[in-house]
Design a protein around this ligand. Structure first.
Ligand code: SF4
Ligand code: SF4
Length: 176
């Protein structure tokens, strides 16, 4: 039985025909669904970090450096799952079909998008948002513009003051 097995396999292989290509001498089969390295459109990215939260392998990271915030993509850690593209609210990430990524220069495996942190319009301190995030929110929901330029601390203080004023605990302009 064991002696016949190889002949059986040869017969199956013969009937199946050639199922491989002579890559790299012939182009490989890359289907439309194939997921290769991701591309981040710097002109669209707002630096929200949603992709960083969704990335299971930490290929995407947000790094603060003074007034700047960098979105880093390290291909060496990417598992090409595509979750980052799914969650990006502005469609800045596309999944390419590039897979020939071998290099002897590790710099080729890194890319980054630089953002600038927004400052609070009330106290001037840095906020957790980027300037582009603020612009994006204002363009989508203009009614929030009064608060959106504030940091979370000033926004909370303004909210509590509003509540207290409503209950007569603080005398505002309108109550005099
Ligand atoms: S494709 Fe997956 S692993 Fe690669 S950067 Fe996006 S979320 Fe991370
Ligand atoms: S989710 Fe999109 S917009 Fe947000 S940081 Fe990532 S690439 Fe930029």
């Amino acid at each position: 039985m064991s002696l016949l097995k190889p002949f059986k396999l040869i017969g199956i292989a013969h009937r199946s025909g050639v199922v491989t290509v002579r890559y790299p001498f012939q182009p490989p089969l890359v289907t439309p669904e194939f997921r290769g390295r991701i591309r981040i459109d710097a002109s669209k990215c707002i630096g929200c970090g949603a992709c960083v939260n969704a990335c299971p392998s930490n290929a995407l990271t947000l790094v603060d450096d003074g007034e700047r915030r960098a979105l880093n993509y390290f291909i060496g850690r990417c598992i090409y799952c595509g979750r980052c593209a799914d969650v990006c609210p502005v469609g800045a990430i596309t999944i390419s079909r590039e897979f020939e990524l071998a290099t002897d220069n590790i710099g080729d495996l890194n890319s980054r998008v630089i953002h600038y942190k927004a400052t609070c319009s009330c106290c001037g301190e840095e906020t957790t948002a980027t300037e582009r995030m603020i612009s994006y929110v204002v363009s989508r929901v203009p009614v929030t513009e009064t608060y959106v330029h504030m940091g979370s601390r000033c926004r909370k203080r303004r909210f509590i003051e509003g509540l207290m004023m409503g209950r007569g605990m603080i005398y505002g302009e309108s109550e005099r």
